[in-house]
Design a protein around this ligand. Structure first.
Ligand code: RTP
Ligand code: MG
Length: 139
């Protein structure tokens, strides 16, 4: 089923100039970039994006990290895009990430883990609309 997911190339990866390499891996995996922009989030914008984690002990550190530098936001489209992109990203903690995954190859640690991907259709819909309006998404 053709599906869309939301991706962020996080500040640790953009800071190391890795966005081209990561986008190439996304495209080689057969996912199509239907929208993209580089932004530098405010603390409030990062808190709104990660609101589902607001009670977690790592929320303060995570939102500080996410606004520490620019990120590349994109909407990815493909068959079963949500699960396929999660598979390409690998486990949240790079120490547990499988060979060949983005986090295995690029992540620095559990927090600075280089990429974000939506985890379900409902979160994908929220996250896409948080960063993009309909005019910014190509068909
Ligand atoms: P993401 O939302 O960024 O795609 O990552 P995920 O689903 O694999 O992991 P999630 O549980 O949603 O956590 C969101 C992000 O918070 C940071 N984190 N820090 N210090 C910690 O224990 C901890 N746990 C998670 C990571 O940056 C993770 O990607
Ligand atoms: Mg998550």
């Amino acid at each position: 089923m053709l599906q869309r997911t939301f991706s962020i190339i996080k500040p640790d990866a953009v800071n190391r100039n890795l966005e081209g390499e990561i986008l190439a891996r996304i495209q080689k995996a057969g996912l199509r970039v239907v929208a993209m922009k580089k932004i530098h989030m405010t603390r409030e914008q990062a808190e709104g994006f990660y609101h589902v984690h607001k009670e977690r002990p790592f929320f303060g550190s995570l939102t500080e990290f996410m606004c520490s530098g620019p990120v590349v936001c994109s909407v990815l489209e493909g068959d079963d895009a949500i699960a396929r992109y999660r598979e390409l990203m690998g486990a949240t903690n790079p120490a547990n990430a499988a060979e060949g995954t983005l986090r295995k190859d690029f992540a620095l640690n559990l927090e600075a883990n280089s990429v974000h991907g939506s985890d379900a259709p409902e979160t994908a819909a929220f996250e896409i609309s948080y960063f993009f309006n309909a005019l910014e998404i190509t068909g």
